[in-house]
Write a protein that binds this ligand. Structure first.
Ligand code: MN
Length: 232
């Protein structure tokens, strides 16, 4: 069985590190053994963890600190998690160096882009437009908009779909692509919602939350299945 390292969220009020069970269930259905990682930037710990896991899942969460992509924080930027930035940027770069499979979801997709030198819209409505309403936090499982999947992308090979209906729990998005990344999916307003590194075994990010849909939506579960398969 493949061992998949999953990044945590820290709840500052309770002191608990947490993970939504949907991420774990999607990986379990894919036949993997997922393990929740500690929240630390300690380099020797991260190198030890990377050496033991077969794949890295970067989960959703708060906004990436704009200083990570060389921008001033604008008033419309949301809460950030600098400790997760430190850990996840380091883990992401270690995994890319070692060609360890990575799946980035929502914030994780943004981390993958920024760890490779890309940038983000700090607020889609303010900086890109509001033709589509992307922040739909109250309806986590609703497939509120479509994304068009690039025919030549790995995402297309995985899902077999030209168009996917997705949920949308984000107010930020990829602005400038990171090094070596290609676009695999765009929302109907043109916004980038899927990215991948074709020169890596598996390095793929999606802006939506397939884990929320994966129990009943085969093309959402297919992402986790393909990720775990690539970890062999
Ligand atoms: Mn969206």
């Amino acid at each position: 069985m493949r061992l998949i390292g999953v990044t945590p969220t820290l709840n500052d009020t309770t002191g608990f590190i947490t993970i939504h069970h949907d991420y774990m269930n999607a990986l379990l259905r894919a036949g993997a053994a997922p393990v929740l990682l500690p929240l630390t930037g300690q380099r020797d710990v991260l190198e030890t963890l990377i050496a033991r896991i077969d794949g890295l899942l970067l989960i959703g969460g708060a906004d990436v600190s704009p200083e990570r992509y060389g921008e001033e924080t604008l008033p419309l930027c949301g809460d950030t998690e600098p400790r997760r930035d430190e850990m996840e940027f380091a883990l992401c770069r270690l995994a890319l160096e070692r060609d360890l499979p990575i799946l980035g979801i929502c914030r994780g997709h943004e981390v993958l882009n920024c760890a490779l030198g890309g940038t983000l819209y700090q607020d889609i409505a303010a900086q890109y437009g509001d033709a589509l309403k992307h922040p739909c936090y109250d309806t986590p499982g609703d497939q509120v908009h479509a994304v068009r999947v690039e025919p030549s992308s790995r995402l297309h090979a995985i899902t077999g779909m030209d168009t996917l209906r997705v949920n949308s729990r984000h107010h930020q998005a990829v602005k400038v692509l990171g090094e070596g990344l290609t676009v695999s999916a765009r929302a109907t307003d043109g916004l980038i919602e899927g990215i991948e590194r074709p020169d890596r075994r598996f390095a793929l990010g999606v802006q939506w939350h397939p884990e929320t849909l994966s129990a009943h939506c085969p093309e959402a579960q297919a992402l986790f299945n393909a990720f775990v398969e690539a970890c062999r």
